[in-house]
Ligand binder design. Structure first.
Ligand code: TYC
Length: 101
């Protein structure tokens, strides 16, 4: 290996990459009870009852609401956990994730 090549590879990156962030989005539906949605938000996203109520009502009124923003792995895990809690009770409750700009 030539010396110049070695130096190029050994050089540390000037700046740390900033991790990409992902929104977890709560989707409204006509079947999941409001208090169940509120409980899922409290359990999965560690929200207070009033925070959870506000997000649940935003999704109810507008069709969807951003719950929170995380790194990809955390966003996908939480979206799946919330969706799964609904499915266990036979509800169509759904969370999705979306890359932040
Ligand atoms: N729209 C539902 C109802 O009236 C409640 C609900 C709110 C469901 C938000 C999902 O993301 C949701 N029972």
């Amino acid at each position: 290996m030539e010396e110049t090549e070695f130096l190029a590879k050994a050089k540390p990156k000037a700046k740390a990459e900033r991790p990409k962030l992902y929104k977890v989005i709560l989707l409204n539906d006509d079947f999941t009870p409001r208090d169940f949605v509120t409980c899922v938000l409290m359990a999965v996203f560690r929200m207070t009852e009033s925070e959870a109520l506000a997000v649940m009502m935003a999704a109810h009124r507008r069709g969807a609401a951003v719950v929170a923003v995380f790194t990809r792995e955390v966003a996908e895990t939480k979206a799946l956990a919330g969706t799964e809690m609904g499915r266990e009770q036979g509800y169509p409750l759904a969370f999705t994730t979306e890359r932040e700009e």
